[in-house]
Design a protein around this ligand. Structure first.
Ligand code: GTP
Ligand code: MG
Ligand code: ZN
Length: 319
């Protein structure tokens, strides 16, 4: 049985043929995508989750949006709301889930610079598939179907009005999700989708539409960043200091790559910005551990300054 919809005290689950409603014990906290066992009326067990898509609520608390997801579609429109920095943040969030991100660019029919934007998106999404789509001319739909066909579960994340529900309808072949024109003034959506439900796609796979995320808040782990910025992480292994911030430290391989033009300045700017967000998330999640890390960093930083002053840069790295 798989949870296809979670309400407060009850879940709707499918056994592949029919859907049933079960009550769930309050301590179980089931979410869409969970695999469960149930007796005739209540959920008795839940399987360990292979991935969890988490977003931060307005107050910073984490909320699990879905479990056991294989693919996270980071959905972004190619119209004038296209924003590489938001895409990078979305990819960090997607990688944090434990699932594989896919960049889904929408409304290609409405953008005259779709190719250039897709190229830029691919550069900001190393080792991630980028699918250029339009529900108007059908572009990219086959590619999405192919990704989903081996019974993959894909959750669509993105700003309101990005076109998530339109994609779902196109892939389902019917208007299962209501969609709504974006406000003309600022081309922002109106949060048309308000609930989440797993949908079985004809031809294979399962889709989860979500309400548009106003803010993409990253979580407290570094793993998402490591995956989203592999070129920075790769360079960082050659930095002199283990927890180099790639700012002003001596022996920083990232700064060096920046100077020689090997690394794009916008990428490291994005890395720094998101790293600061990860750190504040860590501080919120575990203030004691985060402060301890901060002190540790202070120590290494002072050593670095001393080294700089004595010009003794021959010391072997801290690793
Ligand atoms: N031209 C064009 N318009 C599109 C395309 N896909 C979506 N739209 C339009 O974009 C608007 C928003 O689409 P939705 O699918 O409702 O967006 P959403 O991401 O589900 O929005 P929320 O549910 O609010 O999060 C609608 O007016 C759609 O018709 C596309 O491929 N081309
Ligand atoms: Mg929607
Ligand atoms: Zn460095």
């Amino acid at each position: 049985l798989r949870v296809i919809r979670d309400d407060r005290r009850a879940v709707v689950a499918s056994d592949g043929a029919a859907v049933h409603r079960f009550t769930s014990p309050p301590d179980m906290q089931l979410v869409t995508g969970d695999w469960i066992a149930a007796d005739s009326e209540r959920v008795v067990a839940v399987a360990q989750r292979s991935s969890t898509v988490v977003r931060a609520r307005a107050n910073g608390d984490p909320q699990v949006l879905a479990a056991n997801v294989d693919l996270v579609g980071v959905v972004m429109s190619l119209d004038r709301t296209f924003n590489l920095r938001r895409l990078e943040r979305g990819l960090v969030l997607a990688w944090e889930s434990g699932a594989l991100p896919v960049v889904v660019l929408t409304k290609a029919d409405a953008a005259d610079d779709a190719d250039a934007k897709a190229t830029a998106a691919a550069a900001a999404a190393p080792s991630v598939d980028v699918v250029v789509t339009s529900v108007v001319d059908g572009r990219g739909m086959e590619q999405l179907r192919t990704l989903l066909a081996p019974r993959q579960t894909m959750v669509l994340l993105g700003a309101s009005g990005a076109g998530k529900s339109s994609l779902v309808n196109a892939l389902m072949g019917t208007e299962v999700m209501p969609t709504q024109a974006v406000r003309s003034g600022d081309s922002k959506g109106k949060h048309t989708t308000t609930h989440r439900e797993l949908l079985v796609v004809p031809g294979g796979g399962v889709l989860l539409d979500t309400p548009g995320l106003r803010a993409l808040a990253v979580g407290a782990s570094h793993e998402g960043m490591d995956r989203a910025f592999p070129e920075v992480e790769e360079l960082a292994t050659a930095c002199r200091f283990f927890d180099c911030r790639h700012d002003a430290e001596p022996g920083c391989a990232v700064m060096e790559a920046l100077e020689t033009g090997l690394l794009d300045g916008a990428r490291i700017d994005a890395w720094r910005r998101i790293r600061r967000e990860v750190e504040s998330a860590q501080l919120r999640a575990d203030p004691v551990a985060a402060r301890k890390r901060g002190r540790q960093w202070g120590r290494i930083s002072r050593e670095a300054m001393q080294l700089k002053q004595t010009k003794d840069l021959s010391r072997p790295s801290d690793r």
